[in-house]
Design a binder for this molecule. Sequence first.
Ligand SMILES: [Zn+2]
Length: 203
Amino acid sequence: MRYCQTCRFQLDKRGFKRHTLSAIHRKGKLIRAMLERNCITHAEIARRIGLTRERVRQLAQQMGFAAGRSRHAICRMERQRKEMPEFFVQAQKRGFEVELLGTRNAYINGKLCIQRKACWHDVGRGEYKYTYLSIRQPGGRFDICAWKLPDGRFLILPKKLTGFRQTTFNPQESEHLGTASSSHYYRQHIERWSLLGRPRRSK
Ligand SMILES: [Zn+2]
């Protein structure tokens, strides 16, 4: 048996000579690079290289890659992770185990978490006009909602503090606490990651 360093698989002596002269050997590095990217299907590789899909499947096996079906599953998982709301990404970085439910909901420490966005909003009028952040009550089931603020931080509230349809709050330190009838003093809930409990593993 001989081992092709380029394609990284074994061939018998007679096959090896023929292999080193073949298009597959010439494109070995390219084929390997494409197989390493789970979101390129065998069919797509076949089309780009000019091989049959069956031949690509055989090569993948020879080169020691996962079967087509599991590549597809890995690809889907990678895509999901890429589209994952920023709050879940941050939670993972802090050592929390995030169990995704689809792309928008996740369980963290057994709590159903969702992410929404907070936007700047003018409150009041005249000299009592302030620009606060506006948030809406999320629909559906959840235990904890995290609103992404324009500066990238999160307002993290448990369900019991979300008894509003829409409300505003002031994220900045100022003498205006934002306690008018339409506002809340939520500053201490910004980046309140402790609401999720303890991370499973240390950072
Ligand atoms: Zn080769």
